[in-house]
Design a protein around this ligand. Structure first.
Ligand SMILES: Cc1cc2nc3c(=O)[nH]c(=O)nc-3n(C[C@H](O)[C@H](O)[C@H](O)COP(=O)(O)O)c2cc1C
Length: 171
């Protein structure tokens, strides 16, 4: 049985970057990284990664998590609407609740991930109809997200991975 399995869903590559960093940080050779459609369920420790789909993970990750039993599971994810710790915590808790109780939960790492250009185009169209503080804020959040995940996010993902490994050693 594999020691570590990194599994992820990623439409535009943000979550894939975090997945690759986590995989690279994991020690030894008993490890694998797969997109959720191709991933098995024969490892001891799982790092499951998702992109934020309307406040939670996408259906493929929901299905994958629901089938994990008796494993150790850490989560990671990227959100277009980043920047707020409370929001990240909220999303992490929502996805954590999808992990069956007979698994051991190891924590979550979330960071910001840039959104596709069409989102900005939509915001700009909304702004032409009505230029409100709310739409200006949405454009600001979009622009702040444009550079993520960046090197600092990848460093944090590596740190998170090491913290999970320490937790496993203590257990
Ligand atoms: C259909 C759809 C819904 C989304 N819903 C949210 C959301 O509710 N909150 C959020 O922060 N980001 C949301 N996003 C943005 C993505 O989660 C974000 O850009 C993410 O980093 C994409 O990851 P990927 O590059 O791995 O696909 C949504 C994106 C799409 C396409």
């Amino acid at each position: 049985m594999l020691k570590y399995q990194v599994v992820y869903a990623s439409r535009t590559g943000n979550t894939q970057k975090i997945a690759a960093k986590i995989f690279e940080t994991l020690p030894g050779t008993s490890k694998d990284i797969q997109k959720v459609e191709e991933a098995g369920k024969e490892a001891d420790v799982y790092f499951v990664g998702f992109w934020n789909d309307k406040g939670t993970c996408s259906g493929s990750i929901m299905d994958y998590l629901s089938e994990l039993h008796g494993r150790k599971v850490a989560l990671f994810g990227t959100c277009g609407m980043g920047g707020s710790r409370e929001y990240f915590d909220q999303v992490a808790h929502r996805v954590e609740a999808l992990i069956p109780d007979d698994n051991e939960y190891l924590g979550a790492f979330l960071c910001c991930g840039k959104m596709p250009g069409q989102v900005l185009e939509r915001y700009k169209m909304m702004q032409e109809v009505e230029d409100s503080p709310r739409i200006r804020k949405m454009i600001q959040v979009y622009e702040e997200g444009m550079l993520h995940p960046d090197e600092a996010d990848l460093d944090k993902a590596a740190r998170f991975t090491r913290e999970v490994l320490e937790k496993l050693q203590k257990a």
